[in-house]
Design a protein around this ligand. Sequence first.
Ligand SMILES: Nc1nc2c(ncn2[C@@H]2O[C@H](COP(=O)(O)OP(=O)(O)OP(=O)(O)O)[C@@H](O)[C@H]2O)c(=O)[nH]1
Ligand SMILES: [Mg+2]
Length: 470
Amino acid sequence: MSEQKDIFQIAVVGHTNAGKTSLMRTLSRDAEFGEVSPSPATTREVTSIALLADGEPRADFRDTPGLEDSIGLLELVDCMRTDRRDDGPSLIERFLGSSEAGGRFSQEAKSIRQARVADLVLYVIDARDRILPRYLDEIELLTRCGRPLLPVMNFVSDESNRAEEWREALARLGLHAAASFDTVVYDVEDERRLFEAMSVLSEPHRKAIDALIEDRTQRRVRSIKRAAHAIAELLVDASAYVVPVEPAGEQDDSSEDRQRVLEAEQVLQAALRKHERLTHRAILAAFEFTDDDTDAALLECTQGRLGIDLFSTEALKQSGVGATAGAAGGAATGAMIDLALGGMSLGAAAGIGALVGGLLGSTAGQGRRLYRRLRGGDELRAGDATLQVLLARSLDLARGMCTRGHAATRRIAVRELVLKDDFLKETLALLRRARSHPSWSRVDRTGSENGARTALIRRIAKLVRTRIEA
Ligand SMILES: Nc1nc2c(ncn2[C@@H]2O[C@H](COP(=O)(O)OP(=O)(O)OP(=O)(O)O)[C@@H](O)[C@H]2O)c(=O)[nH]1
Ligand SMILES: [Mg+2]
């Protein structure tokens, strides 16, 4: 536990299961902090974490055990009054010095002790709950601690929340400032408003809070930039990637030809699947989720939208490419992989094949094979449909991460974003430049720096960023 004297001290208190430890996790961007569980009385000891700005600790948040028997405790504290002028803090001190603080109310005493010495007390509320007498008694006890008190309503993204009822009840108790902050469904604006409300109640620590707000704003911008860059890199790598098809021998018939294409197709699919997974990890890392969180989160994804195979009709449909897939005869790979014969697209090569065949008086197929041998081998590459699916899925993930608190324990909420036509067209047009540079691709290999590649990635990342933020 950090023991710096003049650092801003915040006690995080409240009823058991209200989400105190979850709040600590999300504010500190540390999904490993403490223990979070749906069963009550999970946190048994006070634990602290320092929030940093520019690498310096600015505020010390203390997680505390949940208040379980506030009704019993308030009765006890009331009985400790010996003079009608005894004020709240003196009654609280009396309780903390009593044997009851080490006995029946030992858990409550740990929280109350922190609330008594903190510069600010955050009272975490499960805003779905009705306003029960035990909550009113919790507030009364905390008010008696004599420190600035800020209620923080958690679970506000739940439609059944009673935030308005809570606000009214809190106002009746003289608590006119209350913050809303869902620890699981993260909202960057709510976080800023929470810090601002803290700042109003803790004037001497305004500078520290301003530094935290600034730090978080910058981190947000950085996260989105990094995610956009990872997506742009994925798209450029996938566009530039080519898999050669083994050159056909003199005697090859068309079934062997097909077999070779099929094998190359599998190589291409496996490589792009792997590259997509790497990008998804990079997106999570951009939002400050560690490798362990990433494993858990992506594992969850495997049952959801991102778990659907990249080269499936389902993935095409989900990414709004359904019509294209249908046009290609229903087979997903037909729409997703381009077979370039001797360096040109299938359509153009079929024409050339017919032309060569016609000239030699043989069939288009024979002509095509001959032409191919003259030009060198065939190759496979990702079609526009694949690029569109890669873009749609990675954008969905990045947008999902924008609203994922570090307290989230469930699967990532991936919502489908309908890609705007002009954005899609512009991105695909830019990607065409990568098509003629197979050496730019980092799929399955590392590559040396290349100015034109970097410039293209930057341009695409800028476009992608606007969609993450949209
Ligand atoms: N959906 C949702 N779940 C939440 C939210 N906050 C907390 N939870 C869940 O509620 C349960 C309790 O959260 P904790 O953070 O452990 O609560 P606590 O106040 O620290 O509880 P104790 O340590 O037992 O006093 C966990 O299962 C959390 O995942 C929220 O904002 N939304
Ligand atoms: Mg806890």
